[in-house]
Design a protein around this ligand. Structure first.
Ligand code: MLT
Length: 264
């Protein structure tokens, strides 16, 4: 499905009924990473999953995609769908950074949070320098090398050796991201603010779900967020990496199912 928001065409999936849960993908991915959740959870909630601008079938714009801009797109999507009730946001990695931006600006629209494979802190100086290198690489060599360098880091060693079909599916998803999208994300992530001060103010049900073998955002980050968010629940999935929802879809769905049933 597609909608026109902020002068761009935004693609999204929308399935099921009940409490709306907005699933926000990471970099450089698209809404298709949520296919197991669309299939497994739309019986208990309304699952909405957009392609962020510049990703999948959504239109790209040039320039920086600040996390606030991407959060504004998500809020506009909810408006276009006439969703006025409180929503749960489930953000993976960069999607988690967008979730924090949404929380900063639209806290009153939120009923709960699911933070997965993400971190609250801003980029370190070393991470910013690395983003700059990748930006140069994107300009000089195109997206292909970036995708190939990043792909093995997305999974646990077990997934890499036993699930080549999944690795290939994610490669195709990543390859479909526009160069504008990749560059816009890199600039936006590099410049995002520190969300750590927000954590102690969170007073809605919050679930943290991480892969035990995440090479991009290690579980230490989860422990730190868990200890700062009062009443939060932390679940760590074994044999899963950064894309835990695809690597261990059943375990991931069981955890979300329980969180949704118990809180909403
Ligand atoms: C993501 O998966 O969204 C990114 O790897 C996050 C990041 O680069 O900080």
């Amino acid at each position: 499905m597609k909608l026109q928001i902020h002068q761009i065409s935004l693609a999204y999936d929308d399935a099921g009924h009940g409490t709306p849960v907005l699933f926000i993908h990471g970099y450089p991915l698209n809404r298709h990473i949520w296919q197991p959740q669309l299939e497994g959870l739309s019986g208990i909630a309304r699952i909405i999953a957009p392609d962020l601008r510049g990703h999948g079938e959504s239109q790209a714009t040039s320039g920086e995609y600040s996390m606030e801009l991407l959060a504004d797109d998500c809020a506009a999507l909810l408006d276009s769908l006439s969703i006025t009730q409180k929503v749960i946001l489930c953000g993976l990695s960069m999607g988690g950074y967008v979730t924090f931006a949404f929380l900063r600006k639209y806290a009153s629209r939120l009923g709960g949070l699911i933070l997965t494979a993400t971190r609250a802190a801003a980029d370190s100086e070393a991470a910013k320098a690395n983003r700059n290198n990748v930006l140069v690489q994107a300009q000089t060599e195109g997206a292909e090398k970036i995708v190939e360098d990043m792909l093995p880091k997305m999974f646990s060693p077990q997934t890499l050796s036993t699930n080549p079909a999944l690795v290939d599916k994610v490669r195709r998803i990543m390859q479909s991201t526009s160069l504008d999208g990749i560059q816009g994300d890199l600039m936006g992530m590099k410049n995002r603010p520190d969300s750590t001060p927000l954590l102690s103010q969170i007073n809605i049900p919050t679930l943290l779900v991480f892969g035990a073998e995440d090479q991009i955002i290690p579980v230490d980050e989860a422990q730190a967020m868990h200890s700062s968010i009062a009443g939060s629940r932390l679940e760590i999935i074994a044999s899963a990496g950064h894309l835990l929802n695809l690597e261990q879809p059943q375990k991931f769905n069981i955890i979300l199912d329980r969180f949704l049933r118990e809180n909403f």
